[in-house]
Design a protein around this ligand. Structure first.
Ligand SMILES: [Fe+2]
Ligand SMILES: [Fe+2]
Length: 305
């Protein structure tokens, strides 16, 4: 087996974190939330809702894949073992919150989502028969795309979350803070088990990104149809602009992952993410990291609790 941790230590790392901690946060996503959680951006609200719909199907698949790979880690590689455990515990928190959030959406009149959920059940069931290498490449590929999404959400947080429901904005941004914290883990495990098998990794990168984007689209398309927006040209144009921004903003993360010696630790974390982690560490137990979406900076101060 190829020890990626040794390889990476020799190279420049900009964002190594010692420990990956799962945070159990009571966001209260069941009540007093409207599915169009950003009143000035219904199309964007549903893009996020569509992505949320995939999470209780995608993230358990990622965790099962990582759990299977974990059994093959060299016993003396304690860092990787502990990172994989941290990855699994963070993702488990994520999909449990998304499941609650999705129930709220389905209970708010969007009853036509079961077909999408059935397709996701079927897809991930079929994907169980793929090789572990294929599934780990898919996992690492999805995790790479999330780095691009984090850059977009954080850099344009005022545009995307300004004036939005603080609970939803805080929930989504928390998810991506933790994605940043465990960004190295899937690729570390992939490289530990399979070395630099470049083409399988790249196939996973594009395969996973396309698959999740298409599943999310199935969800938001149905929600926009329920709202009567799908066939309105103005709404469709807004949606296309937002989807265009999504692709433009994830492109740098996808392109740099094409480099043969790519490793996520060489990519600097957004400063806002570090500020969030620091501010969270100062909260008392049980306090909820709710952001102030009326703040032009949407600073992670959590001082309105
Ligand atoms: Fe996640
Ligand atoms: Fe993740």
């Amino acid at each position: 087996m190829n020890s990626v941790t040794e390889t990476c230590e020799a190279e420049e790392t900009l964002s190594a974190r010692p420990e990956i901690a799962a945070r159990k946060i009571a966001f209260g996503l069941q009540s007093n939330i409207k599915p169009i959680w950003n009143p000035s951006k219904p199309e964007w609200s549903h893009m996020v809702n569509g992505a949320s719909l995939t999470m209780p199907y995608l993230e358990p698949f990622l965790n099962n894949t990582m759990r299977e790979g974990m059994k093959l880690i060299d016993k003396d590689n304690e860092k990787l073992l502990s990172d994989v455990k941290g990855f699994i515990s963070q993702e488990a928190q994520h999909y449990q919150h998304h499941r609650k959030y999705n129930e709220m959406i389905k209970g708010s009149g969007y009853k036509n989502l079961s077909q999408v959920e059935d397709k996701m059940t079927l897809d991930y069931e079929k994907m169980k028969s793929k090789s572990l290498q294929w599934r780990l490449a898919y996992t690492a590929g999805f995790e790479t795309m999330t780095m691009g999404i984090t850059d977009w959400l954080v850099n344009q947080r005022q545009f995307l979350f300004g004036g939005a429901d603080p609970k939803v904005a805080s929930f989504i941004l928390w998810h991506f803070v933790e994605e940043t914290e465990h960004k190295n883990v899937a690729i570390d495990l992939y490289k530990h088990l399979y070395g630099n098998e470049y083409f399988a990794r790249i196939r996973g990168l594009f395969g996973a990104s396309f698959h999740i984007a298409m599943l999310s689209r199935q969800g938001y398309m149905r929600m926009l149809k329920t709202d009567g927006r799908w066939n309105k040209w103005r709404s469709r144009l807004t949606l296309w602009k937002m989807v265009g921004q999504f692709f433009l903003n994830i492109a740098p993360a996808m392109l740099r992952a094409l480099l043969p010696n790519y490793h996520p630790s060489k990519v600097k974390d957004p400063e806002w993410v570090n500020q969030w982690v620091d501010a969270y560490s100062k909260l008392e137990e049980g306090e909820i990291p709710i952001l102030d979406t009326s703040d032009p900076e949407i600073s992670p101060l959590f001082n309105q609790i």
